[in-house]
Write a protein that binds this ligand. Structure first.
Ligand code: HEC
Length: 212
């Protein structure tokens, strides 16, 4: 991710909060209008092979950043996107956010495995080889939102209501992104969450977790 270097320089130049807010808004509008727009699934979403056919190549998790390859035509049901992440060599069906960062972005089906492009690879400190992979496909326009904050707002409400029944609500920053999934496996039975809700709360907690 590119550091917002330019913005911090601009912030120093401003003396009023109002001026700063309008600059932030202007830059948000600009980045959204740029051709490399990013959209996010609001729930688990299928990644299709084509613009209209039923063949699925992957399942995308909520909040995964998807780069829009071609903006959808007016009224189109699907848009073409690209997703980028890391898979372990050998166990390549799961695409994670980064080597050793077990935030699942997508799970590939058999067709997905043959559709991905390997951009490079690196070995982590445990000797595991991670492949940097890219995958393109089509998502339903209705399954994605332009701001990840929308996804986290829904997830945060679910977390706040369902995870405070037996004990005080825990701080997501209490654990790392790699620790949350196993803690949640024990808790979701308690909280009576279904698979879709588990995926949403898991991604929310990992996105707001303590640094590794
Ligand atoms: C039905 C009651 C219940 C619900 C609902 C519940 N928990 Fe818990 N939780 C417990 C109990 C009991 C413990 C302490 C014993 C244990 O660790 O199993 C606990 C412990 C925890 C811990 C501490 C674990 C550790 O290793 O220190 C975390 C974090 C946690 N819960 C998160 C959650 C989250 C997130 C949710 C919502 C998905 C949730 N809990 C929903 C009963 C519940």
């Amino acid at each position: 991710m590119k550091p917002p270097r330019k913005l911090s320089v601009e912030i120093k130049a401003f003396t009023t909060a109002a001026a700063l807010t309008s600059t932030l808004l202007a830059s948000a509008v600009t980045s959204h209008a740029s051709p490399a727009a990013t959209v996010y699934p609001s729930a688990i979403a299928p990644l299709y092979q084509t613009a209209a056919g039923p063949a699925q190549i992957a399942s995308l998790t909520p909040g995964t950043p998807l780069s829009v390859a071609t903006p959808p035509a007016n009224g189109a049901a699907r848009e073409e996107i690209t997703i980028e992440g890391w898979s372990e060599q050998g166990g390549g069906a799961v695409v994670y956010q980064a080597p050793d960062l077990r935030i699942i972005l997508a799970t590939l089906g058999q067709a997905g495995l043959s559709h991905r492009t390997v951009l490079g690879q690196q070995r982590d400190s445990y000797g595991t080889v991670w492949r940097h992979v890219e995958l393109s496909g089509w998502v339903a326009v209705s399954s994605v939102v332009p701001s990840v904050a929308t996804v986290w707002a829904t997830a945060g409400k679910l977390f706040a209501t369902r995870c405070s029944v037996c004990h005080a609500l825990r701080n997501p920053a209490e654990f790392t992104a790699n620790q949350w999934p196993s803690i949640l496996r024990a808790m979701v039975k308690n909280a009576g969450l279904d698979a879709a809700q588990v995926a949403l709360v898991t991604k929310y907690l990992q996105a707001h977790a303590r640094a590794q």
